[in-house]
Design a protein around this ligand. Structure first.
Ligand code: GAR
Length: 217
């Protein structure tokens, strides 16, 4: 069983889907801690309700990004995790932090990266008129919303979509692919090797894997 720490900033629905997958016995992992950079992150309450230890490292208490990163890393390392999972964690993490967790720090982003890094991804996808949108799980590098891609899920953009309907369609896929990626890691099938994603120890084109909206994973 690998030890997993999840970092959140808000609602925590991806965290909840990971917890539910563990509780269902479908993920050989233990969620040993949930940390937030805001005390009012709604997901903290649901983590506590599931009996998971939580903590807050409030970024406003630190004079610099480095000081925040150092405090957050100390809180994380207190749980001795094998994997750190960013799940709607909305702070940019510095280079030293990212290096410290290299190969064991993953993120989910609500777009088909490298399209639409940053904020308001669904609004921007609609404004651009893309017909295919989705989400991406990737290893974290020092660049925002960038890094070797582990898995993507694609969804159609349909006529009449607004930001809310498109976000909901993507979120449903986030809740499928994030547990999948964590399971691969927990089963020692996934690792970062030389800046590339290695799945099943084969240096294959996993980075290009698209999980279609309608297909079972
Ligand atoms: C999710 O859509 C996640 O992909 C996104 O924040 C949302 C958090 O929802 N993350 C990013 O935008 C990171 N750049 P949740 O708190 O319900 O999991």
């Amino acid at each position: 069983m690998i030890r997993v720490v999840i970092l959140i900033s808000g609602r925590g629905s991806n965290m909840a889907s990971l917890l539910a997958t563990v509780e269902a016995g479908d993920l050989p992992a233990r969620i040993v801690g949930v940390l937030a950079n805001r005390a009012d992150a709604a997901g903290l309450a649901s983590a506590r309700a599931s009996g998971v230890p939580t903590g807050v490292v409030d970024h406003r208490q630190y004079a610099s990004r480095d000081a925040f990163d150092t405090a957050m890393a100390a809180a994380i390392d207190g749980f001795a995790p094998d994997l750190v999972v960013l799940a709607g964690f909305m702070r940019i993490l510095g280079e030293a932090f990212v290096r410290h967790y290299q190969g064991r720090l993953i993120n989910i982003h609500p777009s088909l990266l490298p399209a639409f890094p940053g904020l308001h991804t669904h609004r921007r996808a609609l404004a651009e008129g893309v017909r295919v949108h989705g989400c991406t799980v990737h290893f974290v590098t020092a660049d925002l919303d960038h890094g070797p891609i582990i898995v993507q899920a694609a969804v159609p953009v349909v006529d009449g979509d607004d930001e809310a309907t498109l976000a909901a369609r993507v979120l449903a896929q986030e809740h499928r692919v994030y547990p999948l990626a964590v399971r691969w890691f927990a089963e020692s099938r996934l690792r970062l090797g030389d800046g590339r994603v290695l799945l099943d120890a084969a240096q294959d084109a996993t980075g290009a894997l698209i999980v279609p909206h309608a297909a079972g994973v």
